[in-house]
Design a protein around this ligand. Structure first.
Ligand code: GGG
Length: 327
């Protein structure tokens, strides 16, 4: 069945990597209608709103959103979109690629980040001169939903272990609730090993011994931070895709932001965006198409035909063309 996909390139390198991913997607014979919409810093300049109403409406109408990056307006665009579309699970794989110089080989971790609450809810207030407060919201309902999602993902993907990350010794109420709910959901999945760590200790373990992790489940802000760390283990944000999934909607976005330091130079690594498009293909059941693109990208990377962040000398579109040529 045909799918309606809202494409939002956004800001900075978001536009560059989106063009690259579309070059690859257009090589496949897919029944997709792409509706290009605006959001982000530039949209705010133009329309006074980082997420214009027409863009939000189109996202709600679509079967999926393919998103590039937002700059300073990330909270008003991507974080808001996740709330509006109730995409409660943010899936962020960190996987090694042959030919990429990284701290470790054969890392294969999936981070399942709760996407609808925590400090990212945006409940922040200036309460007095020089005093700002933020409210951290953690609920049993959302914690149960994300914990169950993590275990179901582990089952579906044949993974063996789920690790919950929290800081329940300090944030006794919020993290305490999250940890307890994860422990209790774990009992429903005796076939899957479960443990939990404090987030700080987990960061050290990730750097020293990433092989002790398989599926990680954690709250919104910790998930954001730990997924950049995990991306760093396998070669950087240029290789880190993600999917935001809910009951009705899905948003696919690379983990990286708009990268103003390299925007406009044509050197952004398109891999994260291409892998993100593959997550969308899998979501719609186009598994063999996703595998074809992933194999093509893997061979391009293994041959060193990459952008400078991975040691190559290709431009963004040249790397995408290498992938497209192999399909
Ligand atoms: N750390 C990479 C980055 O800048 N990502 C964009 C961003 O901050 N997105 C907000 C989020 O993922 O919550």
């Amino acid at each position: 069945m045909g799918k309606r996909i809202t494409v939002i390139p956004g800001d900075g390198i978001g536009k560059e990597v989106m063009d690259a991913a579309m070059l690859v997607l257009n090589k496949l014979d897919l029944p997709f209608d792409y509706i290009w919409m605006e959001a982000g810093d530039e949209a705010k300049e133009k329309y006074g709103k980082a997420l214009p109403d027409e863009t939000l409406e189109e996202c709600k109408r679509s079967d999926a959103v393919l998103f590039g990056a937002a700059g300073e307006t990330a909270a008003d665009v991507i974080v808001r979109l996740r709330f509006e579309l109730e995409t409660f699970a943010n899936i962020r794989p960190a996987k090694s690629f042959k030919g990429v110089k990284a701290l470790y080989d054969n890392v294969d971790i999936v981070i399942v980040r709760e996407n609808t609450e925590c400090l990212y809810k945006g409940f922040e207030f200036n309460v007095a001169d020089g005093v700002a407060e933020g409210i951290r919201v953690i609920t049993r309902k959302a914690s149960e939903r994300i914990a169950r999602y993590a275990f179901e993902l582990a089952k579906r993907e044949g993974r063996k272990k789920v690790t919950a990350l929290h800081k329940a010794n300090v944030m006794k109420k919020t993290c305490g609730l999250f940890r307890d709910v994860c422990r209790s959901v774990a009992k429903e999945y005796p076939e899957i090993e479960f443990n939990d760590y404090y987030i700080d200790a987990a960061c050290m373990y990730l750097v020293m011994d990433p092989y002790r992790f398989d599926v990680i489940v954690t709250t919104n802000m910790f998930g954001d931070i730990v997924s950049d760390l995990a991306a760093g283990l396998v070669g950087g944000l240029g290789l880190a895709p993600s999917a935001n999934v809910g009951e009705k909607h899905a948003i696919f976005e690379p983990v990286h932001g708009s990268a103003p330091d390299i925007a406009g130079k044509g050197i952004a690594n398109p891999s994260a965006m291409i892998l993100t498009a593959c997550m969308m293909l899998r979501h719609f059941g186009y598994v063999s198409e996703a595998e074809r693109v992933e194999r093509a990208l893997e061979s391009v990377i293994a041959e060193g035909k990459t952008t400078p962040d991975l040691g190559g000398s290709l431009k963004t579109m040249e790397m995408a063309e290498e992938v497209a040529k192999r399909l």
